[in-house]
Ligand binder design. Sequence first.
Ligand code: ACO
Length: 324
Amino acid sequence: MTRRAVPLGTGHYLPARIVPNAEFERSLDTSDEWIRTRSGIERRRFAAEGETTSHMAAQAARAALEHAGIGADAIDGIIVATSTPDLTFPSVATMVQSDLGMTHGFGFDVQAVCAGFVYALATANAMIVSGQAERLLVIGAETFSRIMDWSDRSTCVLFGDGAGALVLGSEAGTGTNADRGILSVDLNSDGRYRDMLYVDGGVSTTGAAGKLRMQGNALFRQAIEKLAATAETALGKIGLSGPDVDWIVPHQANIRIIQGTARKLGLPMERVVVTVQDHGNTSAASIPLALSVAVTDGRIKRGDLVLSEAIGGGLAWGAVVLRW
Ligand code: ACO
């Protein structure tokens, strides 16, 4: 018998304020056309004043619990992937825990920037497979609007806010790739690239949160190659390859990166879940948001093989293969 971490439910939350590309034309030397053609983004959501990462995370968690048909009392722990926590500490996860009325279990945050949700899933999978937990809430939640330099047109038009959540449970599998649940994970990082994407502040340096800085073009050149390689590695570990995948649910940074990676994996765009046009890049929230959208609208069905891949600051990147 092989223990598998299986999906029980998913949910998401988006702030109410929708910001179309045209809004940036008022304050920056940019255009809707440039943003659309270079990134695929048409609009994004920005959190309202006072709307925090933990608030959005808790809303997404509630939706996922409802979809799973269980209460917070049935959850053993909460893992939140975020790079934009409410406070330096305590963790967003503990804030969600109290928001959900949980006085049992554990909560902690994982920080791997845009790859954060893949890292959080890998962590949750290890805890479930090892028998340390039965049911976990895995959340990606971000308020990247709070770390934007609004005078930098090369970054501030690309990011958005939101949260997505996935409830994982434990189920007996056969040990083959026909099982439901998380089947394979591949994680990577290379700190030599840390200057490619970073936030220029922090507790032990400036004492302030700082603003996001990115060498977009250099990162773009790294992204497709590294994403395709980690996806192939994760699939190869379980004897599968690109064409076996029913749905890619990729990190949503740029439509050209999404298309290039799908092409390298030999998959048509009809089998890729794309939300970048509506959400922008929501960093660690982008995969669970896209997953929740595609599960809710009925595209992803029980038994489908789902591949998620992501790359972000670090650089940190990785992939996870799961059967829904
Ligand atoms: N409006 C108009 N022009 C712009 C804008 C803008 N908003 N932003 C940049 N430009 C200009 C640049 O100044 C440059 O002008 P120049 O040629 O006169 O110098 C020109 O457009 C081209 O700039 P590039 O950076 O070469 O454009 P590129 O085609 O590479 O697209 C983009 C930029 C969209 C950022 C792309 O490189 C990208 O998506 N990179 C990867 C982003 C990513 O994957 N990040 C990882 C995840 S994020 C995370 O981990 C937090």
